[in-house]
Write a protein that binds this ligand. Sequence first.
Ligand code: FES
Ligand SMILES: [Fe+2]
Length: 451
Amino acid sequence: MTDVPSVVDRLDDLVRLDTGELDRRIFSDQEIFDLEMKNIFGRAWLFLCHDTQIPKRGDFFEAPMGSDNVLVVRQRDGSIRAFLNTCSHRGNAVCRAEEGNVRNFMCTYHGWTFGLDGELVGVPGKSIFYKDKLDLSKHPLRKVAQLDTYRGFVFATFDETAPPLEEYLGATGRLGLDLIAERGDMVAVPGVQKFTVQTNWKFTVDNVFDYYHPQITHMSAFSVGLIPAPPDDFVEGGAKSDTGANLEVPFLPTDLHNFVVVGEYGHAISGPDQESLEVSAGPEPFAWRHKPEVEERLGRHGGRVAGHPHIFPTTWVTTNAQLSLRVPRSPDVTEIWWFSFRDRNASQEEQAASLDSQIHFFGPAGMLEQEDGENWAQSTLQTKGLQSREVPQLLKMGLGTSEVVKEDGLAFMDAPINEHAQLWTYHAWREWLRNPSWEELRERTIPRDRY
Ligand code: FES
Ligand SMILES: [Fe+2]
């Protein structure tokens, strides 16, 4: 009997960087999903919440970390800790609320009670039933290995050997978060919007870089003016047959200049550069950047970003002061979580207008992601057919045509609409799955000179 090669042995065939082809199995295979949970989500720094969501002692927020859920808790001394939301007795969740304020966490099964620091502080019948033989200090809630914040964004990792958060984020990831933090005195809007899509999490991730789809997928958003249509001279007819017949596919912004940043560990930024987006959207969305101190802090290249930063594996920063977590729950179920931010010093009218725009773009009431979700669900479904799954998926746009420039800690490309960042994400994904040392992983995700 011949041995079936393990997934790790097949990785080079599953993601083909030279041809820009993906094997569809990566979107539906349970073995791959399990490996992702272990080798990616079990090691990476993962976004949990924003500092301002838990301002007071005893405030907590429940966040996903791979296949686990953790409670992020403000401590008595103002610091933040995170531990698994599972009782050290028989495993019940010690907290059923998604967020709130507590003095301690009492498990509703048998009443074991844990302090804000996760230590076991009370056991019913400790003397009568346990005869004082239970050592409470041995049964705290299991803590994350490391927790840190960057400009108010709270991250944690289960890997005690992971590099420090700032190093993990690198210039690319930090810039992504700076693009929210630099907008003002930013606080999280209460309530995280959540919904579920029947899709593999990777579709929801690579789509953040996909500026090829909006004109088709989001046609309705253009037609009602949610997205301003580019001026007439900026567009040309869509697909034509090889005899030149107009196939009546809507316009495409053919000369939308894109700015793509690729970073170590798989972080990336992709989408239009600010100048080209200002042509269609006008200067107003970027007004906050045109202050000397903000321009200086974002740097000469950071200030050009008008696309989408993404922190590997699942944290997306929008241009509208929002952050989205893509939460894998199974190979074909992904939760989408939306965190919105407001500038505490902006006028009430400005804050209301910002929130209105945030709600109507993304999230359960947003036009865009409901449309995206339909595509992702279908793309996921079509990875399962015995015949369909043999057809590779393609990320070939711009392949091999872009020079990488390395300046100010960033590696970037200037190019027309392309699929570089998507392919970069899958390159990093593949290297993460091999489970190399942190040093090797960093080495393997240092951008080359051309893509
Ligand atoms: S499972 Fe929590 S107290 Fe028993
Ligand atoms: Fe979309």
